[in-house]
Design a protein around this ligand. Structure first.
Ligand code: ATP
Ligand code: MG
Length: 340
């Protein structure tokens, strides 16, 4: 088994024109073989720089990068070149060679690997079949859609049978339907080959659909890390919460209209299959309060159901306290969204 990544106290500082830029400040992460690991954060958080440190496209200012136990930062150029074959990478802008055909793009990493022309042909043909582009072998990138270009890039990244695939905003330039088809392809690839996948994105929907675990970066550091389900269910940091909220496609404001002083807006999260409606009527009866359901959803994250209800409770501060306590007993996560 191979494809494990250990980042050990990675620091990357760029000289900058006047002051140095601290792009990555002391990040340590362990990504086991076969995991799909997401990295989210706002623009400039240091995501790309960190991921480029994994294959030493960017050499860390300090810290170590272990791939299957080998410290890449100590290797000679030749050894590093060999280790890098284990790591494929795809980008937002696809980075295909415009003057080469699809076939030639995918064949490119196989140059100087000792394979015969026949072996290369066989390999490229099977890769193109895997990404469902057999019929485009002699097309040029300019003749392809964005989704097709990314499939070519994926086939090219897989040519050397890497154990790790790094994806830097790989779906950010694509429409939602095409994004889903690329995510399905990455998922299938991970499932069938056990390849470790690291996904940088600012789209929480991508994390939700694809990843097992996620790290949230802010100002060059990882501020939160965990199972995707847990991060969606109980985001700890403000930055994480804003990303989790963004995945719903609605802002907190649009879900929670203004209401009166003696009313409270609550966001309730239900894990597993705690019966949602029953909880609402129980509370209503038990505490003699009116509860209005504003909106609700249930979705599956990494195979586990997570339900959410946004409700308006006719209760003031004092009346609300025992209700919150009771919800805690029922293991329902409640967040008070305030009153307008
Ligand atoms: N080669 C470089 N030279 C100088 N500064 C750099 C270089 N590359 C990145 N930076 C700086 O490092 C910081 C982190 O950049 P990085 O590209 O890693 O962020 P990011 O999280 O990937 O952002 P985005 O979401 O916009 O892609 C930024 O302030 C950026 O300007
Ligand atoms: Mg980036």
């Amino acid at each position: 088994m191979s494809g494990s990544i250990v980042l050990d106290h990675i620091v990357k500082t760029f000289p900058g024109s006047s002051d140095p830029v601290h792009a990555v400040r002391d990040v340590s992460l362990t990504i086991p073989q076969g995991e799909i690991f997401g990295i989210v954060g706002f623009s400039g958080a240091g995501k790309s720089t960190l991921v480029r440190c994994i294959n030493l496209l960017e050499r860390p200012t300090s810290g170590h990068v272990f791939i299957d136990g080998t410290d890449l930062t100590t290797l000679s150029d030749r050894e590093l070149k060999r280790e890098r074959r284990k790591i494929g990478m795809i980008f937002q802008q696809f980075n295909l060679f415009a003057t080469r055909t699809v076939f030639e793009n995918v064949a490119f990493p196989l140059k100087h690997t000792g394979l015969s022309r026949g072996q290369i042909r066989e390999k490229v043909t099977s890769l193109l079949a895997y990404v469902e582009l057999e019929d485009k072998a002699s097309a040029y990138p300019s003749q392809l859609s964005g989704g097709q270009k990314q499939r070519v890039a994926i086939a090219r990244a897989l040519a050397t049978d890497p154990a790790i695939l790094l994806c830097d905003e790989a779906t950010s330039a694509l429409d939602p339907i095409t994004t889903s088809s690329i995510l399905r392809l990455l998922k299938k690839l991970n499932h069938e080959t056990g390849i470790t996948v690291v996904v940088i994105t600012h789209q929480m929907q991508v994390v939700k659909e694809l990843c097992h675990r996620v790290a949230v970066m802010e100002h060059g550091t990882v501020v939160e890390e965990g199972d995707v389900f847990d991060i969606f269910a109980r985001p700890g940091q403000a930055v994480t919460r804003s990303f989790v909220d963004s995945a719903g496609g609605e802002t907190a404001e649009s879900q929670f209209p203004a209401c009166a002083e003696n009313e409270k807006l609550l966001r309730l999260k239900f894990f597993g299959d705690s019966a949602r409606e029953a909880v609402i009527s129980q509370i209503s009866r038990r505490f003699q309060v009116d509860i209005v359901i504003l909106s609700g959803s249930i979705e599956t994250i990494d195979g586990r159901p997570l339900g959410q209800l946004n409700v308006k409770v006719a209760a003031d501060e004092k009346k609300l306290r025992p209700i919150l306590e009771y919800l805690r007993e029922l293991k329902v996560e409640a967040e008070v969204m305030g009153h307008a």
